[in-house]
Write a protein that binds this ligand. Sequence first.
Ligand code: SF4
Ligand code: SF4
Length: 279
Amino acid sequence: MKKWNLIIDVEKCEDCNDCFLSCKDEHVDNDWPGYSVSQPRHGHRWMNIMRKERGQYPLIDVAYRPTPCMHCDSAPCIKAARGNAVYKRNDGIVIIDPIKAKGQQQVVKACPYGAVWWNEEKDIPQKCTFCAHLLDEGWTKPRCVQACPTGALRAIYAEDSEMERIIKAEDLEVLHPEYKTRPRVYYKNLYLYEKCFIAGSVAFEKDGAIECAQGATVSLFKDSNKIAETTTDTFGDFKFDKLDENSGNYTLEIVYQGHKKKALDVELKTSLNAGTIHL
Ligand code: SF4
Ligand code: SF4
């Protein structure tokens, strides 16, 4: 049986907020009987765009991680709700029944992704519905996916076996697999948000001027084992990405024609610009 999945490519998200605003447009002041009641104008972020800056000037980047409800196959919110107030449809979408869920504030706390919002005025928990009211009318995607100008969001309606193939082919990940919630929302290039880098620049002195060392070989060692190697670009810059936060001590080793080999120890807490390394 086919089910809905969402793929979010962190590399393609530009934080334009079109997904967030289209969600507001669809749900603020609109009741969709059987699916949801209107979203408050302020406060709720059913499509919540998280932002992270990595590194230090000038070696810096920024990543955006749109974060809706994960429509988990093993959803803590369903377990926490009383009287079947939160349920999973056959097509994979998790819905909070706006009538049965009245007063059930525990549903907000039960979601480990912070995807459920409390509607004070209506006394109900609310979240992304995957625009199920539109899909049931024949739409092929929810409003956020339709609005995304960069292709960062893709809705996939497929058999689980087909989805498994896509996950492998595109190297997709879920948020916090350790929660064991089996999300139906998958991320591409999640390392841009979740992982760290060690970057730096290599320079040398020539005729009294500082030059960028283009083409220097930079190796990264961990516990005396070489784990990666790269070459500096035109500006003498290098970057090792996909490293874990707080992963301890590393050694950078730089080899450049006509210069003595240079080694530098660094400690990785969060993304690090090791600065300009002078040969
Ligand atoms: S992300 Fe949270 S609200 Fe959505 S299905 Fe999973 S536990 Fe429920
Ligand atoms: S619409 Fe697309 S590019 Fe814009 S913020 Fe949302 S996911 Fe990112």
